[in-house]
Design a protein around this ligand. Sequence first.
Ligand code: AHR
Length: 535
Amino acid sequence: MQLEIQPKRFNGNSTMRLSLIKVNRLVKITFIVLLFICFNSLAQNKGVLNTDQGKIKIDKHIYGHFSEHLGRCIYGGFYVGESNTKIANKEGVRLDVVDALKKLKIPNLRWPGGCFADTYHWKDGVGAKEKRPTIVNTWWGGVTEDNSFGTHDFLNMCELLGAEPYLSGNVGSGTVQELSDWVQYVNFEGISPMSKWRKENGRDKAWNVKYWGIGNEAWGCGGNMTAEYYANIYRQYATFMTSTEKVKPFRIASGASSSDYHWTEVVMRDIPHNMLEGIALHHYSVIDWSKKGSAADFTEQQYFQTMQRALQMEELITKHSTIMDKYDPQKRVALVVDEWGGWYDVETGTNPGFLYQQNTMRDAILAGATLNIFHNHSDRVRMANLAQTVNVLQAVVLTQEEKMIVTPTYHVMEMYNVHQDATLIPFDFTTDDYALGTEKLPAVSVSASKDSAGVTHVSLVNIDSKNTKEITIDLRGGKFSSVTGRILNSPKLQDHNTFEKPDFVKPVVFKQATLSSNTLKVTLPAHSVVVLELR
Ligand code: AHR
């Protein structure tokens, strides 16, 4: 009996003990979960917006784009030619692409490169198309081009777009005379061999091109020069780029790659500032040049790494600006980030030299956060160019024969264009972290501006891939009665538009912002981009 009872008693105690252990564990887990929830709700996503303050203009030119003779950006992208095509065009330029870009209020367009610019001889691209010599695109796929898209085609296209042209001069394999002639050809109204030639080629009035790049990546594909050598060469080229009554060339020096601070130091030190209006900076968000990863099929780790590279822009601009401040405390010379964006492996089955990649919500987040950085450094960053406009790298437009789609990045550029030429509002903002393993990034990126009609716009990006952020902003220096907005978001970071589903990712009305006694509260979903309008 005993034997029977004892085990029973023993069993009973053991069950009770087990239950107690379970309850204990449950309490602990609940406590940890509560602590976590508590911590998350207490997390600092708070800001103060002094809406009556702000002196610096967000130059619309930071919304510039870049169109290189690369892959299907020009040929097959912007330009389909006039014959043998059913695609609606004006002088060979696709009208659907023009319409889409006009909605972005595209302020300027850089052409013809990139690396291609230092191989390009503009005189081969004017006059009767059938007589133009060919050019082999040595940097991008080794393809032979017929030069049918040249100076007239590009500058007329810019007029169609309502965008200012930004011409990139050939320093690497060109001559001082060649660039000087190009300036005369497009800008000189009087009598000269170049203006005469332009008129013979069908264009009477000058185009008055303001923005000029003197070489591209002179430290690399533009001639593998040292900074010291380039600075000397620059002075020579710049000397012969003459002004006209209507336009003074805004000359942009080939700039540093990412953190090459020595380059900026030398260029700022050795070029007299009356010969220099801007200095470039190129920075691509690449995980690893030998392992870039797929554009649309990526892990959270890869997303995190892309965003690490993208947010490095803050540090790069700060440090390059510090060097520029030393030589130019009045901030006369602009920092021109004329190549930026995400760079991944090409889409399977496409020419590796054509740099064709898809564009997802990851790119939208990258674009929103980068533009916020540019806004917040508007005192120095006065021009920038996303690489590249159509069918190449972080494109805003993709084409396939007669089809055209816009990408998540396009939507961000469109939502954000309310900031163009508006006054930057100082934003004092504290964000919590987006953590992955032991690494951390600031989770929320912000910027704000007031336009000429007095309307305030706030841009918010939640970089965190998983967590919603509760945001509180104290609005000071003005009275606001309404908040409206739009959001770009999609269930997955990998989501993108395709020719079959062109509107899979698109902005919608945002309803999770409320205003009460000048306190703005926003519930910002994970990996989303929001632009709010306050009146
Ligand atoms: O945008 C693609 C290439 O990247 C450009 O031609 C070059 O300037 C840079 O290295």
